[in-house]
Design a protein around this ligand. Sequence first.
Ligand code: FNR
Length: 348
Amino acid sequence: MSNTMLLSPFQIGDLKLKNRVVMSPMCMHAADEDGEVTDWLTTHYTARALGQVGLIFLESLAINKKGMIGPNDIGIWADKHVAGLKKLIDKIHSYGAKVGAQISHGGRLSYVPKEGDYERLAPSAIPLSEDFPIPRALTIPEIKELVAEFGQAARRAKEAGFDILEIHTAHGYMLNEFLSPLSNTRTDEYGGSQENRYRILSEIIREVKNYWDQTLFVRISSNDYKEGGNIPEDFINYAKWMKADGIDLIDCSSGGIAAVKVNSYPNYQVGAAELIKKEVDILTGAVGLVETGKQAEEILRNNRADLVFVGRAMLRDPFWVRSAAVDLKEEIDIPVEYTRYGSNWFVN
Ligand code: FNR
């Protein structure tokens, strides 16, 4: 049993994670042309499972081929994807980690393979900046279709055996575009007031819950970093509504709605996770330049968030959990294969 919160088990709903370390979702653009899992992806994720990560989020999974974030994203837009995802999940499970699916639509930032192949869709016909193509505003029937597509993605995630599902509402993609007044100027029931901008997410959560009865996260962009955009305080209301709709944890990221440079520094997004956790009494996840065990432990011990998502540091170091344990002067479970010639060298 560890003396740290970071390396102790964490129960969320029916699910027990072996520690509070989460591999943050990160697109690798390494699926095949049809969105199928490849050997490279299997090796990449399994390495982090061997590295003792408690919860591994696969990268953003496209709910519609036309909503991919980039080329060669992993797909969850068709039933054919379930078998490949299941094989990957079974493999990760066999090394003791739990697996999360992040489901997404790229909205106005969707990847279009060849210019003119199809239109980018968004809440309103507003580009990210002059350098970006102008998207077409979704019609109401297209909004209903989008809601249904999120539901179908959730059904496939359930069939594939994921442990946790996250709805991607961050980084300037479709659902973030609905939440932000900078990208949503609709005058119907999906725009205008904060309640209206939230409506599509509420409908998606309810649709997803028709197929998904397990733990459900939302990733948000808590700050648009631009006058007139969302700020962390706006998410007190949003988070109350998400909690009422049955969301278990809010994963607090930021940025993507405005073409501005984000001033990032260690723990730069943790304030939003802390604010939402305290004001709304809901579990939160902290992410963003959390790079050491001590940084992560501080967040948890001071009750600023409940899970710590690690991104780039986990790309550099598949054994980030071990590095965090060394930083915290703790021990972690060691793959038995590594203990055969004595175990101390592994941690020290
Ligand atoms: C990302 N990030 C990201 N976020 C997300 O919600 N879905 C995604 O698919 C991706 N893809 C992605 C790819 C790559 C290569 C990077 C580096 C990042 C953001 C990521 O999950 C994380 O929030 C940020 O990287 C900040 O955390 P770190 O890297 O400072 O720990």
